[in-house]
Write a protein that binds this ligand. Structure first.
Ligand SMILES: [Zn+2]
Length: 269
């Protein structure tokens, strides 16, 4: 039976490896958008009903505005690189939630939440764009889906022989992969390589959207000053370290400007 599971895993792995346009990497992904997005949309809606969503404040409007600029920049980048329609199943939504947690996240399909607790650190629209770019980049790079696929392999081992993953199991794997229901809020820390990837992709997208990429390193300096040695959920995970992050972002900012120039963006706010 072990052999069967192994064979199945290998088969799924071969069948489910596709190249992500943002990372250029072949990654393990068993789940097409058509399977993940409905679960994400349902979880997101439930989260909104259970939390205090701020509507129509100037800050809430600013979150929406930045989100729209970032998502449209991602779409422009994809179209220019031969991936028009890649985000057709996305249903972008940007919400500000009253909560002192210093966090923000993006679920699959473009479902974004900012907590009010992060606003003193983002400070302004460009700071929000840094965080927005980073979170959207996690979704674009399918980081959650990869974690879900890894979780499925574990489950395949665990359920020995029960090779068909049932819907309730799938929901469990989804919840684990995205940290739904855990007390840290929706989104577990990503791995170091995923964080670094999201920083790099996010920086490019924010620049294409017309936001100054030099501000990304500045935001992380403020994060570092605020974190006081603590490692809060997802957004301030300790890997990579703040110092590595700041050094990377400083080094990449000119590249992000060069990328933005291809889209006619030469001045930044
Ligand atoms: Zn992250």
């Amino acid at each position: 039976m072990k052999k069967l599971i192994l064979a199945l895993a290998v088969f799924l792995g071969v069948a489910a490896c596709k190249t992500n346009p943002f990372t250029g990497k072949k990654v393990l992904n068993f789940y097409p958008n058509s399977q993940i997005f409905p679960m994400a949309f349902a979880q997101y809606d439930q989260f909104l009903t259970e939390n205090n969503v701020i509507e129509n404040s100037s800050e809430a409007k600013m979150i929406t505005k930045v989100g729209q600029r970032i998502s449209s920049a991602a779409e422009r980048w994809l179209t220019a690189n031969g991936y028009a329609g890649y985000l057709k199943d996305y249903k972008w939504e940007y919400n500000l939630v009253k909560d002192e947690t210093v966090n923000a996240w993006c679920m699959p399909g473009g479902k974004i939440v900012f907590y009010t607790g992060i606003l003193p650190i983002t400070q302004n629209e460009t700071g929000v764009a840094v965080v927005m770019g980073h979170e959207v980049a996690h979704a674009l790079a399918d980081h959650g889906a990869q974690r879900m696929s890894a979780g499925t392999l574990q489950q395949l081992g665990a359920v020995a022989g029960n090779v068909a993953i049932q819907d309730p199991q799938k929901r469990n794997i989804f919840n684990q992969a995205y940290g739904v229901g855990s007390q840290v809020g929706v989104m577990l820390p990503f791995s170091r390589s995923h964080e670094t990837e999201a920083d790099r992709i996010g920086l490019q997208i924010m620049a294409i959207a017309g936001y100054n990429p030099d501000e990304a390193a500045e935001l992380w300096k403020r994060m570092k000053a605020n974190s006081g040695g603590q490692a809060p959920p997802e957004f301030m995970s300790t890997h990579p370290s703040n110092d590595t992050r700041i050094a990377n972002l400083t080094q990449w900012a000119p590249l992000a400007r060069a990328e933005a120039k291809k889209f006619g963006v030469t001045s930044f706010e």
